[in-house]
Design a protein around this ligand. Structure first.
Ligand code: NI
Length: 285
């Protein structure tokens, strides 16, 4: 088994959290511009450190490491162990989720028929308490995962609620440099504001370790009911609009791979991110 992280990301993050010099001797660089960790234990610690640090502080996380690799790591490290070994310079307080947390709802993966079903709207106001309950499950399921968003069907609950926060920057996704705080949306809907569409990369918690290019409306207006029962209307463009459309699609039973037109625009994250085309599109080439 190999443990791979894109070199740029590795260097950037280890520098940002001051463990570059500590970790650099423990990895070897290969011709494909990926870092190969010498042993599994170290790789686990690094990855978990990054996932944890990323989600709370940097909005970086799973882009560092394909989730299908991560899941193969049978580790029981907790943050105090990680800190002791490699993260001694970090003073922030982390709340690292245990992978053995049996109470957290499982994220359903691409192929599970439930993900292709249409979700039901909430009857408001009587079902507002239910929306709050489902939201808690969604938060529990994604705790520490550093994801952009999630929709209730991804934890097997076919009700129309999504949540997302738009990061200002993201190594995998083409962002606008503007962050939008977490929104929780009950019964969301949207209308395109023009015919303009754009083709960009997406990923999904339900499609771990993979990315695909999908056409989305560039400018939309979306509506939803917030947790207090108030109707909200938001105009969104580019990445913000893309994230909304991705999450909304989950409620319709549509996962992003179903929207990939050219099958060559779908593949493993680490392979895509190492490609010349991707690197050029992100100014790395
Ligand atoms: Ni998704």
């Amino acid at each position: 088994m190999r443990f791979l992280v894109l070199r740029e990301n590795f260097i950037l993050l280890t520098q940002q959290i001051n463990i570059f010099n500590e970790l650099m001797p423990e990895v070897t660089e290969s011709r494909d511009n990926l870092m190969h960790f010498k042993d599994k234990k170290l790789a686990s610690m690094i990855v978990h450190s990054f996932l944890c640090f990323g989600c709370v502080a940097l909005n970086f996380s799973t882009e560092l490491f394909a989730m299908h690799h991560l899941r193969e790591i049978p580790t029981r490290f907790n943050i105090s162990q990680i800190r002791r070994v490699t993260m001694s310079t970090i003073s922030a307080t982390f709340d690292y989720p245990s992978q053995e947390d049996q109470t957290a709802p499982k994220i359903l993966h691409f192929g599970n028929p439930k993900l292709y079903e249409k979700s039901l709207p909430f009857k408001l106001p009587e079902e507002m308490p239910l929306a709050h309950e489902i939201l808690e499950q969604m938060k529990l399921a994604t705790k520490g995962m550093g994801n952009v968003g999630i929709a209730a069907p991804q934890i097997g609950i076919l009700k129309r609620i999504v949540m997302f926060a738009v990061p200002a920057t993201h190594p995998r996704y083409k962002t606008d440099g503007v962050a939008h705080p977490m929104r929780i949306m009950i019964n969301p809907s949207y209308t395109p504001l023009s015919d303009e569409k754009n083709l960009e990369w997406e990923g999904c918690l339900s499609v771990p370790g993979m990315m695909g290019k999908v056409w989305r409306h560039t400018h939309i207006q979306y509506e939803y009911t917030d947790l207090e029962g108030n109707k909200q209307t938001v105009k969104a463009s580019n990445f913000h609009a893309r994230v909304f459309q991705h999450e909304f699609n989950h409620l319709e039973g549509i996962l992003f791979p179903l929207l990939v037109e050219d099958k060559r625009d779908f593949g493993f994250t680490e392979a895509i991110m190492a490609s010349d085309e991707f690197r050029k599109s992100r100014g790395l080439g």
